[in-house]
Design a protein around this ligand. Sequence first.
Ligand code: SF4
Length: 434
Amino acid sequence: MKIALISPKSAFLGRNAEFSTFLKRSPEMEFYRQYWSGLGSGLLVIGALTGKDVGIELIDENIEDIDFNRDYDLVAVTAMTQQANRAYEIARRFRERNIKVVLGGIHASILPDEAKLHLDSVVVGEAEELWPILLDDFRHNRLSAVYTSRREVDLRTSPIPKYELLEEKPYKIIWVQATRGCPHDCSFCCASRVYGSKYRHKSTNQIIEEIKKIRWIKKHAIIGFADDNLLCDKDYSRQLLEKIADLKIRWVGQSDISIAHDNSLLRLIKRSGCVALFIGFESILEDNLRDIDSSNWKLRHFKEYAANIRTIQSNGIGIIGTFIVGFDNDDNSAFDRLANFIIDNRLAGAQIAALTPFPHTRVREALSKEYRILDTPWDNYTLYDVNIKPKKMSSQELEEGILRTFKKVYSSGVAAEKSKYFGNIFFELHKKSK
Ligand code: SF4
């Protein structure tokens, strides 16, 4: 039996030609490009859950073509929202040849009714419980239209992803997922609706085994923690980072700003090899943060942003701030204000996204009631392309403003100024990954 595991092509750097050209050409954006061009571990978990008697071919369509004439018994595709239409097209091509195609991942989990119009089978939820059942049903020719997980997976039972499948791929960052679930329920995010509000994690030993395996396959790979908030549980973080420190690796991950309150944790983060942390500030306009998450956690931390940034940076940890523009209080002045904040606080990098009405989010519900969602295809849900009518500017102004801000904060002058203070993490990452 032979299975193809496919990640469909998508415009990870946006569909706007000027924008993607800037992202592709600017030396300042090297780290950013590497960061977004990796492959999540979802398909590798499927690989690990598949028996040794099955041949597996992993295809990342962003770096290689799919041979639609090849013979597979089964094709499994994973897709985020921006990849959904391409996933449906891939399914159509294989199904024309009577090859069964199944779809999992976040988009199928959120919109299974849409997905099942295009697929033989749709996986709703986490693969660990469902894939072995699906595979057994496939072998016995009784594939169901939808497989839905009944409970949250205990991640301590999750297998080590089949990282061997990445051996021939050119990635410099290899993704590890240590945790799932989030208690916050931010208005623009569907993570807690897909993975639940309970924060779950793998054992520290599992993570260490995964990292060792990655290093065995790709000695110089940078470890990227894919978790929405790796450092949410401080006791767990401490145990994990102590063990990681022994491995002498370089890693990047995502956290919230509260780590600034814990100096010993900050020192440990640095000692364990952290080069940079993505931190979600979302907005630097206080009113935009009101009710953005269910407990107003982000609003309560707003006034500490600048001081906390300094504390984290003073421990040698670069911060890549993530921001969203297009909230109802954002007008055309939002872009200069944001650029100044990023530059003045010497953030190592920034991800600036357009407010995007992803399915099953509170943002989508609210904008939909006001008829402010544009009739754009899922392909446009890249975070850099605009899919809404903002309240205080036009859609075009939002798109142009984001590009302008990127160009400003990633200019060579700003980079030179930053590197005087804490080195150039982009260069460091690039060098280490060679
Ligand atoms: S944005 Fe982050 S903190 Fe907010 S719900 Fe999503 S994962 Fe949780």
